[in-house]
Ligand binder design. Sequence first.
Ligand SMILES: [Zn+2]
Length: 307
Amino acid sequence: MTAWTKTLTWLLWLLPLAAPAVEVTFRPVADGVYAFVGETGARSPRNEGLNANLGLVVTPAGAVLIDSGATFQGARQIHEAVRRITPQPVRWVINTGGQDHRWLGNGYFQAQGAELIAHAAGQADMANRGNDHLLALRAALGPLADGTVPTLPTRWLAGPDEPLMLGGVVFQFKHRGGAHTPGDLLVWLPQQRVLFAGDTVYVDRMLGVLPVSHTGRWLKTFEVIEQLDPQVLVPGHGAVTNLATARADTLAYLQALRAHMKQAVDNGTDISAAVKSFNTAPFLRLLNAAELMPGNASRTYLELERE
Ligand SMILES: [Zn+2]
């Protein structure tokens, strides 16, 4: 064999290792607190639908996972990543919202013995959209979605402010009626001043206003984030960040969009003219902005029309 064919043989031998498998790595953001920052693009076989951020809190009595990923197989990758951080079992899983990558990995972790926790305001949304999410994931991921069964949480938080001691660590859960999805939950660690904001904060990329979103209550939720004044802010999408960047990439857009649509509705401007006249220029720097802004704008118009 020549050196070249040797190299080629070696490369071919490596090929199966390059098959799609998302690389999940938790990085420390505070003592005992970790974040995985997912890709900011679309769901793909390469990211296994984990195009979102996750959190991990290691307590003396077990690990707390914040969001379980989009699929059964993805959840297994998440579990492997947890094992590289701690030998503690995952005893609790928090779902911060009703989007697929927040909870469709629940089935895997339930089978490992974890308790699944979410806000009761998200229950109907999860039940209604779980199977649709799964169909979309099958289309995007193919066999990588196999094994996934939408599995609802087993413990529902009811109030706007729910403190919970998990493994001796203080967690505070805050819900203000939903934002991106009806169950959107802030996970606040007061001792570490770390906030896992879930889909209430997007940085680097454009946020999504869905038919189940509510931009008015989203702003109410953001008021809580301002009050908490986190030292570390883990957004739902984009790099681990701070309040100033969250204001620039999430709050400023929501405020501008609502102000514009409120005026359009008050003036009797029709929806297509209102969508076209929104000044997109300040936000085009955000990834996915061009594709998402027209839908965001029309859904916000419809919301303000109902107000
Ligand atoms: Zn999301």
